[in-house]
Design a protein around this ligand. Structure first.
Ligand SMILES: C[S@@+](CC[C@H](N)C(=O)[O-])C[C@H]1O[C@@H](n2cnc3c(N)ncnc32)[C@H](O)[C@@H]1O
Length: 334
């Protein structure tokens, strides 16, 4: 057989390079709020363009890219949302995740700096939560909010919280996770603990969500123990932004604020298997982290296990969730 005949086809390379376009079409669709515009009866590109003052030709090309992405259907020149797009991408729907556009735009732009960060040995698109501008923080936390809300709803279903009174959402960002918890359990009170530099932004979001059972406390949990006596503490997408030493300190400090018999839930995309070969989504997001954080990263299950032990927590359990997320549960002795 000739060398030419034995050569592999560049199939995977072609698949990878083509796979970015649906993502960019989705982002543009969200930025133009097209899925909300397509809610209801199917519409032509000309109708949509006229209503919005957009260029009809370029809009039509974007709509066909969304058809190729499987988010929009077309028939007789009229476009409509798929069931999935109608459920998740239309503004104001109960499962609306359209705010994620701010997160994706940020994270994907950061990933373009990966080679620079590797060369420099330092993050070239650094996120320092204590130094980010208000505008950057609001965009980042708003982008994270749909996922935080979904995690809150998931936790409310997974765990029976009827006997709980107080929950701490440690490093809770927008407070959307807490909002989902109090919606599911009308007796619950949730305290969102955030850095002093971020707490006023969290208060702004909470004023938007509107609940007197959600409060914000300004504290740096790497530096100081969690004040209070909570039944449960939730840490979502938090320990992954810290160095290993700070992550351990944050967990030790969090555990101090939990009542005996209480539990800690660590929910995050930044948990990888000890082999470091999966989940694929966590390895993918670690690419963003190497551009964002001095030391934060997707840590291994064993790293989390050792911090849980240092915090005096027991019964470590890792539950694999959708989208490469993990939920680690551990308990404080009763
Ligand atoms: C990736 S965001 C996650 C926010 C939120 N938990 C979510 O899932 O949407 C990380 C959060 O950790 C907060 N944070 C970082 N260091 C902290 C510290 N030492 N104490 C309290 N919060 C901290 C940041 O302000 C930021 O809101």
């Amino acid at each position: 057989m000739s060398r030419e005949a034995k050569k592999p086809r560049p199939t995977r390379i072609q698949e990878i390079t083509a796979s970015v376009f649906p993502a960019f079409a989705l982002l543009a669709g969200l930025e133009l709020d097209l899925f909300t515009a397509l809610d209801g009866a199917p519409k032509s590109a000309a109708e949509l363009a006229h209503a919005r003052g957009y260029d009809a030709d370029r809009l039509e090309r974007l709509l066909y890219a969304l058809v190729a992405a499987g988010l929009v259907t077309v028939g007789e020149g009229r476009f409509a949302n798929t069931e999935e797009a109608a459920c998740y991408l239309v503004r104001g729907r109960p499962d609306d995740i359209s705010d994620v556009k701010e997160l994706y735009a940020d994270i994907w732009a950061c990933c373009l700096r990966t080679a620079d960060s590797v060369r420099a040995g330092a993050p070239q698109a650094k996120h320092d939560f204590a130094r980010m501008s208000e505008h950057e923080l609001v965009a980042f936390l708003r982008g994270l909010a749909p996922g935080a809300r979904a995690s809150g709803r998931g936790l409310a279903k997974h765990a029976d919280l009827t006997a709980c009174e107080r929950i701490a959402d440690v490093a809770g960002g927008s407070g959307a996770l807490g909002q989902a918890l109090i919606e599911a359990y009308p007796h619950l009170r949730v305290t969102v603990v955030e850095l002093p530099e971020v707490a006023s932004i969290t208060r702004g979001f909470i004023a938007e969500w509107g609940s007197d059972r959600l409060e914000v406390v300004a504290a740096d949990v790497v530096q100081e123990p969690l004040a209070g006596a909570f039944d449960i503490a939730v840490l979502r997408n938090f320990l992954q932004v810290l160095s290993p030493g700070d992550a351990e300190r944050a967990l030790v400090h969090t555990a101090r604020g939990i009542k005996p018999g209480g539990a800690v839930y660590i929910i995050g995309i930044g948990v990888v298997d000890d082999s470091r070969t999966g989940p694929a989504e966590a390895l993918g997001i670690d690419l963003a982290f190497l551009n964002l954080y001095d030391e934060g990263r997707a840590y291994t299950e064993s790293d989390y296990r050792s911090w849980v032990a240092s915090a005096g927590l027991k019964d470590f359990e890792r539950i694999r969730l959708e989208g490469g997320y993990s939920m680690i549960v551990a308990h404080k002795a009763g």
